[in-house]
Design a binder for this molecule. Structure first.
Ligand SMILES: [Zn+2]
Length: 444
């Protein structure tokens, strides 16, 4: 009877998953943010690994496509739902208070581990497929050479190629040292020199260059002076995430000499729709180039934006930008609600977000995973998994800390986040898993 109920529950889950897909299916289409129109000539493909790790992959895409200001409510909502489910489970199965607390701690640790894996494990995101004659370019990305980045140039290179970019600019914060860390045979072919320089006006600008330059020559300058000097050196100057500061009107920026605007930035997706429309029409009227950028910092490897223009991959990309090509900012994204109700029911929203867009083959993989997890949970092996997972995680945290210490060593003059945040966080995780390891063994 017990097993009938258990497998009955599994059957209901599967029916819900398949049924929801049939009812809510409404796939996301790639569209040009500038025109608002679908771009039938362009498409995205998913990497081969996705089919094997579908639940983790789709969870990663959902997390990495979130607006930056959604992270806090989303994480809180997930934690509360997990705690609530464990609470109800422990009440039904009459677990002791101590067992309940251990189970709660265990589940929250697993949740945080999954969030960390999403941010740190290099799994390829969707790839842009484009017609011949188009170049996909990312004009704003960082490496470990920036103070707040956690991934080296080798992964930046891979991540951009995985996602279908033909070229990208290395734009470290306030210096230009990152460019030379890239292999010589990739420079001026795939990666180009640039910089995100802070000005005395309290905003930063993206400088794109056709040749190497010394970023420190542009320090402590007003926006106006910096722009002048950059233009004297044939640079292309772009205003990044203007909506982060709301500093200077579009007209003032144009008068100073800005060459283009970011109209979408994966690090700062919360651009007000009306402001975004005004920026797009202003840029159109004044022949300013528009970009969507990854602003990649090594946290996650999935972009949902690509800037493309008709050009030639053999010619220097910055020189082509100076000719002011007409860009398309292709977005693979569904508008996300920021309502309180959404965050209260966040796991259900995430499920809806997933199920309304997933195609059959990935849905089959997802369903197989649900069945497998369910069977493992019910099997006698589960208690061994529960017992040894903390040990495994301690090893992962230690290896992770060693890896980050090694990769950041050459860059400690400019990188601060790895030593100040990543290593302490891994050490903290390690201690928490060790505590759990002990409590868990006592509680089995
Ligand atoms: Zn940046």
């Amino acid at each position: 009877m017990k097993y009938l109920n258990t497998f009955g529950l599994l059957a209901i889950c599967i029916c819900l998953i398949v049924g929801s897909n049939i009812i809510f299916y409404s796939p996301i289409h790639l569209y040009d943010l500038i025109t608002g129109l679908q771009s039938a000539d362009f498409s995205i493909t998913w990497p081969g690994i996705r089919i094997f790790i579908e639940p983790f992959y789709s969870f990663a895409f959902y997390i990495l496509a979130l607006n930056r200001d959604f992270y806090k409510p989303v994480v809180i909502s997930w934690i509360l739902w997990v705690l609530g489910i464990i609470f109800v489970y422990c009440l039904i199965y009459k677990k002791s208070v101590k067992q309940m607390l251990v189970n709660m701690a265990y589940s929250v640790m697993i949740l945080f581990t999954v969030f960390s894996f999403v941010a740190l494990i290099p799994i390829p995101g969707p790839k842009l497929e484009k017609p011949k004659g188009y170049i996909a370019v990312d004009i704003h990305s960082h490496t470990l050479r920036s103070h707040d980045n956690v991934a080296p140039e080798s992964i930046s290179l891979k991540a951009h190629l995985w996602q279908g970019f033909d070229a990208f600019f290395n734009t470290e914060h306030n210096h230009s040292k990152g460019f030379l860390t890239f292999p010589a045979d990739t420079r001026y072919k795939i990666v180009y020199p640039g910089m995100q320089m802070r000005t005395k006006d309290g905003v930063s600008v993206i400088l794109l260059s056709q040749k190497e330059f010394n970023g420190y020559d542009y320090e402590n300058m007003s926006l106006e002076d910096l722009m002048k000097k950059a233009h004297e050196n044939n640079m292309f100057v772009v205003m990044p995430h203007w909506w982060k500061w709301h500093e200077h009107t579009f007209a003032k920026l144009k008068d100073i000499g800005i060459d283009g605007f970011e109209i979408y930035n994966c690090g700062y997706r919360y651009f007000d729709k009306n402001e975004q429309k005004s920026m797009i029409s202003f840029a159109k009227e004044n022949n300013l180039t528009m970009f969507g950028v990854t602003d990649w910092h090594g946290w996650g490897y999935m972009s949902d934006v690509w800037t493309v223009f008709e050009g030639n991959t053999l010619e220097n990309i910055e020189i082509q930008l100076l000719k002011k090509p007409k860009t398309k900012v292709l977005l693979y994204r569904r508008e996300q609600s920021g309502s309180v109700i959404r965050f209260i029911f966040e796991p259900f929203y995430a499920f809806y977000y997933y199920i309304s867009n997933v195609t059959l083959k990935y849905l089959i993989s997802f369903t197989i995973w649900i069945i497998a997890v369910f069977l493992i949970f019910k099997s006698r092996f589960f208690k061994y998994i529960k017992k040894y997972l903390p040990v495994f995680m301690v090893v992962v945290c230690v290896l992770g800390a060693i890896y980050f210490c090694i990769i950041v060593r050459p860059f400690t003059d400019t990188n601060t986040i790895v030593m100040k945040s990543v290593i302490p966080a891994l050490a903290g995780f390690c201690v928490l898993w060790l505590i759990l390891c002990k409590s868990n063994n006592n509680c089995l």
